[in-house]
Design a protein around this ligand. Structure first.
Ligand code: SF4
Length: 800
């Protein structure tokens, strides 16, 4: 079967083939490939126009919704303002409607001034700057031909980009590693410039031209350097994303890499040189003279032809395209054999080798893995120490199984303490103590029930209706799970004996307030009802029912526990013979959709959402749903009319559950903050916690609608247009809310990290095309809400 073609979505367009610096580590002029000598200095208009047409043709053919183009060189600013502006115009004009352009320029910065920034702003071009760290580090290589330092000029360029009017243009800093530089000084210098992102690049090298390894620096100086940088970055609270480290963290969790130099993701990048020739990655210039060449050019060849070039195919072959040693390597999914160019050896094996940085990569990845290993064996009460990777997942709105289990373990510890605080001396307390000694797992299964904590908190707050005797029900349920023989008087409430997590027994005697339950290894007897494996079913026994879903998720549809009335909407009664199967069917469909379309949310949901509590329909049949801060692991939902909306409500509400669990132990903002803030989806001002919660939940809502829009794939009609309006609305609200949070001045370092993670998570969905009508509808709603907020703020209701 022919291999499916991987379309190109990333383009490097060379605008100028010369440079005004003479960096001695530059792969263009200082390495094996000398093809630059025969290329035009500047790309002529004909090359720019044809390149734009080729990219547009390819985007149309493959239905691409976004392409990323980096204007590059040499030094692209040498091409002049007119050429840079023209390139941007041609690219934008050629792309089909529905295909977004992410346009960047990668410059050494020495010529960057206000007029360049104005030009970039008018064409929507974001700017990446090469800077190797502090002055000592940068001067080691990045000098003018006459030996002068470029450091001051580059810092001036970065200072321009940090000015408020240009801040949006600032894309990040690219730093080439030199092991003789001080990694801590480099990290400090780069972080001080507040870049949106830092990229560390290994110097280009091959087995024939190995990287320098200074004497006395050990076997893996690049790993040592990067690990020291990683340590410093972690110590500083990971103030900015670092693509190298983020890629390792992501690939260790089974997610995609953010860089071609790590991971097994197929490369979808192609280079267009100043003469219009298509080339493979620029890094191949380091391998041998002519290595990047494909023999194709924009005038005679379509990009589909280029994608079938053997060199391109090799860079897209994942595991199968790697050397045997790599295929057997324990970290291959994170490493991916390193950058393709770094595998080259001129002994006939070509690129079928491990990276020349193999030892460094192995040590780097395994050490980062160990530093961020999930806390699987950590006892429950201590499990609230999350790893760096787990924080990263949560900050972006996700949370793998191990992450959510760690949150759940911390919640269990909290519930245990709360139950102990309010339950000591109550009926059932002694039984509980003895279970804790010998049958801790059975006790934990009951205390992990979301409404156990809800009850304890109600008792602590001395809320009316918080039954002081309900502890006996918890103890009895745990003892039955443990198969204990026991007798315990249990309260009768609302005509039933309640056994949390197991069910309820209806009591015929309307005046009874208490009845004795007798438990044994096979079951129990209470109020004349026998429940056990060999006993015929009794309608008075109403067990908690679970829905068995794919992948082993078995959430309870909780319709018996009186404490389930903990959400902001009234709960439904016991589900009848029509409603129960309708719920079960809707959940199966919703779960299938979540697994397929929202894979970043599914594992956490399965690990942490134990209980779904049916609610009554909202006013006028509205969809209503809620999470309760004191009931980790539960969400309340009125069954909506369709399974996709049920999926949406599940992921939305579980975001609140996760964030609530984080907030129980960690400060994301100043809790004394009393101002109210604009929540873009509401007309009324909100406290900071409400804004944080809403933003976090709407990350999932945005992703849900983005997947619907992509599934409709440009179709016209009601549902497709509805999805587009929803996406335009929620991604706008979420992105703006993140800005409000980030600008609140009230976030802690961890809160800032969450704001950055949320911004990064919503970013890909901002590029999904929705069309002008949906954009206009979203804008109108947003403006209405903002106007209402401002009116209230002006009248003294809100501030923020
Ligand atoms: S660490 Fe070495 S052997 Fe393992 S995948 Fe990377 S380059 Fe290959």
């Amino acid at each position: 079967m022919p291999r499916p073609l991987v379309p190109f979505s990333q383009y490097v367009l060379k605008l100028h083939s010369r440079c005004d610096l003479a960096c001695d580590h530059c792969y263009v002029y200082e390495h094996a490939d000398t093809s630059w000598r025969g290329k035009p200095r500047a790309a002529p208009e004909a090359v720019l126009a044809r390149t734009a047409e080729r990219i547009a043709e390819h985007a149309r053919a493959h239905g691409l919704t976004a392409v990323h183009v980096v204007l590059h060189g040499g030094e692209p600013l040498l091409a002049g303002r007119a050429a840079v502006g023209r390139a941007a115009e041609l690219l934008r004009a050629a792309l089909p409607a529905g295909c977004a352009l992410d346009l960047r320029i990668h410059t050494n910065g020495v010529q960057l001034d206000e007029s360049w920034c104005d030009l970039f702003a008018s064409h929507g071009i974001r700017v990446g700057i090469s800077l190797d760290g502090d002055r000592v580090a940068n001067d080691r290589h990045r000098r003018f031909a006459d030996g002068r330092s470029s450091h001051g000029r580059v810092l001036a360029a970065v200072a321009l980009l940090r000015r408020p009017e240009y801040r949006d243009l600032y894309a990040g800093l690219l730093c080439t590693v030199d092991v003789e530089n001080d990694p801590v000084a480099v990290v400090d210098a780069l972080v001080a410039l507040e870049p949106p992102r830092i990229d560390f690049l290994l110097p280009h090298a091959t087995w024939d031209q190995p990287p320098k390894r200074p004497a006395g620096m050990g076997e893996t100086p690049y790993a040592d350097w990067l690990l020291a940088a990683h340590g410093r970055w972690t110590e500083l609270g990971r103030p900015v994303p670092v693509r190298t480290f983020d890629s390792i963290h992501r690939t260790l969790r089974g997610r995609s890499s953010l860089t071609e130099s790590l991971g097994l993701d197929p490369s979808d990048l192609v280079v267009v040189d100043t003469d219009g020739s298509f080339e493979q990655a620029d890094s191949l210039k380091t391998a041998y003279d002519g290595a990047p060449a494909t023999g194709f050019d924009v005038f005679a060849h379509a990009l589909d032809e280029v994608a079938r070039h053997p060199g391109m195919v090799a860079r897209q072959s994942g595991l199968a395209g790697l050397a045997e040693q790599c295929r057997a390597c324990p970290v291959v999914r994170s490493c991916g054999g390193g950058l393709y160019a770094h595998r080259y050896r001129g002994d006939g094996t070509g690129f079928l080798n491990p990276s020349v940085y193999c030892g460094d990569l192995l040590r780097l990845i395994t050490t980062v893995r160990d530093r961020t290993a999930p806390a699987t064996a950590v006892p429950a009460q201590q499990a609230r120490e999350l790893t760096e990777t787990q924080w990263e997942e949560l900050a972006e709105g996700y949370g793998a199984e191990s992450t959510v289990r760690a949150l759940a373990a911390a919640q269990l510890g909290l519930t245990r303490r709360l139950v102990a605080a309010v339950g000591a001396g109550s009926p059932g307390w002694e039984l509980l103590g003895s279970l804790d000694e010998r049958d801790g797992a059975a006790l934990d299964a009951v205390l992990a029930h979301p409404y156990a904590r809800a009850w304890a908190v109600r008792r602590l707050r001395e809320e009316p209706g918080a039954d002081p005797d309900a502890l006996a029900g918890l103890a009895a349920a745990a003892a039955l799970r443990a198969g204990r023989a026991f007798e315990l008087p249990l309260p009768v409430r609302d005509g039933a004996v309640h056994l949390p997590t197991l069910g309820r027994v209806l009591v015929v005697d309307a005046d009874a307030e208490e009845t004795v339950l007798t438990g044994d290894a096979e079951g129990f007897t209470v109020a004349g009802v026998r429940v056990g494996p060999d006993t015929p079913g009794d309608a008075r026994w109403q067990p908690v029912r679970r829905v068995a879903l794919a992948g082993g998720w078995t959430p309870a549809l909780e319709d018996t526990d009186p404490q389930r009335d903990s959400h902001q909407w009234p709960v439904a009664g016991r589900l009848d013979d029509e409603e129960w199967p309708a719920w079960a069917g809707a959940l199966r469909e919703a779960w299938e959709l979540i697994g397929r379309d929202l894979p970043g949310y599914a594992p956490g949901l399965r690990a942490g959402l134990s209980t779904i509590t049916p609610l009554r329909s909202g006013p006028e049949g509205r969809d209503v749903s809620a999470a309760a801060r004191q009931a980790f692991g539960a969400v309340g939902i009125a069954r909506p009319g369709t399974a996709p909306i049920l999926a949406l409500l599940l992921v939305h509400e579980f975001q609140h559950v996760k964030l609530g669990a984080v907030l129980d132990f960690h400060d994301l903002f100043d809790r004394a903050e009393a101002r109210l803030f604009h929540a873009p989806w509401r007309p009324d001002p909100r406290p900071l916690e409400g804004l944080f919660q809403g933003t976090y939940a709407h990350l999932a809502v945005t992703e849900f609608w983005a997947t619907r829009v992509l599934a409709y794939d440009g179709l016209a009609g009601g549902p497709a247009e509805h999805a587009r309006v929803q996406l335009a609305t929620w991604r706008g609200h979420t992105a703006r809310a993140v800005e409000v949070l980030a600008g609140s001045g009230a976030l802690t370092a961890l809160g800032t990290r969450f704001a950055e993670g949320m911004a990064a998570a919503v970013e890909p969905w901002l590029a999904v095309p929705v069309g002008p009508a949906a954009e206009a509808a979203a804008r109108a709603e947003s403006e209405r809400n903002l106007a209402a907020f401002r009116a209230r703020a002006a009248s003294g209701v809100g501030a923020g």
